[in-house]
Write a protein that binds this ligand. Structure first.
Ligand SMILES: [Zn+2]
Ligand SMILES: [Zn+2]
Length: 81
């Protein structure tokens, strides 16, 4: 874990800490992508599951889905026919 000081306007000085451990995909490989499936209950608004280049399902350019949401995406497509 590395922490470095940051100046936050109007708030003052704080610290931002980042974990040194890279996120890993469910298969164990280092994840370079994140799931972009919309999850309204999450703060970020998307699933954000770490995925590696081999496990991603890309429904559109710049979009990636984790295994679970790739399945949901398939079902969603079926439902639209
Ligand atoms: Zn993987
Ligand atoms: Zn996902």
């Amino acid at each position: 874990m590395t922490c470095h000081p940051v100046e936050i306007p109007g708030v003052g000085r704080g610290f931002v800490c980042t974990s040194g451990r890279r996120k890993r995909c469910a298969c164990g490989r280092p994840a370079t992508l994140e799931c972009d499936w919309k999850v309204p209950t999450r703060k970020s608004g998307t699933c954000d599951a770490p995925i590696c280049a081999k496990c991603t399902t890309s429904p559109a350019p710049e979009k990636d889905l984790c295994a679970k949401h790739a399945e949901e995406y398939e079902r969603w497509k079926e439902g639209r026919k």
